[in-house]
Design a protein around this ligand. Structure first.
Ligand code: SF4
Ligand code: SF4
Length: 203
């Protein structure tokens, strides 16, 4: 679906500015999970898992009904991209996206190794190329590079911003979680409080 959305965005490459669309997929996701659960229960549980079920020549179509359903989904992806903007389906209706969001959240909480973007804000010349190029319409420069917070819920780690950046202010690495960063401001505030405490004791 991402490939179809990407190809369609060549016809109409519009950034999505309203972020409310991101919440649609999260609101109906529990219903989607409940339907899968009910189907499994009605079928009497899992008997086997066949990842290539009725796949012929690389296409999984078990009957005419499922072929029509696949075509309808493709039409929705194309229509949303043309009407709303880049990757509108990924933002609003993708049922895989919540799994990725939860996976990233768990990875960050458990501080597991993984693919991560890294920023060097001092190298940024504020050209905006990363923001313009991001297929997920994220404001990469303002909300990621400048505050040096490169983990974003909607980021799909496609590395387009890495390729777009002329100064290598954004890089991508497979790495372990870094030690929690204490921001410069907080560190200065702590040092100031400590110094103030020492001063008052001397008085
Ligand atoms: S890797 Fe960069 S370009 Fe790709 S979605 Fe994330 S922020 Fe956007
Ligand atoms: S493309 Fe690179 S230099 Fe330009 S705004 Fe983004 S991070 Fe900064």
């Amino acid at each position: 679906m991402g490939g179809i959305a990407e190809a369609t965005s060549k016809l109409r490459d519009k950034r999505i500015r309203r972020r409310g669309i991101d919440w649609i997929k999260l609101t109906y996701w529990p219903l989607w999970l409940a339907l899968i659960f009910l189907t499994v229960v009605r079928a009497g549980g899992f008997k086997q898992v066949d990842f290539l079920y009725q796949t012929w020549h690389g296409i999984s179509v078990s009957c005419l009904g499922s072929a029509l359903l696949a075509l309808i989904i493709v039409a929705i992806v194309v229509a949303l991209t043309l009407i709303v903007g880049r990757r509108a389906f990924c933002h609003s209706l993708c049922w895989i996206s919540p799994f990725m969001i939860i996976g990233t959240w768990i990875r960050e909480r458990l501080r597991l190794p993984g693919l991560r973007l890294r920023a060097a804000p001092e190298k940024c010349v504020s050209c905006g190329a990363c923001t313009s190029a991001c297929p997920m319409s994220l404001d990469v420069q303002e909300t990621m590079v400048a505050p040096n917070k490169m983990t974003k819920r909607e980021c799909v780690l496609c590395a387009t911003c890495v390729d777009a950046c002329p100064t290598e202010a954004i890089t991508i690495h497979f790495e372990a979680a870094r030690p929690r960063r204490i921001s410069e401001d907080r560190r200065n505030t702590r040092l100031q409080h400590r110094a103030d405490g020492e001063d008052s004791r001397e008085d």
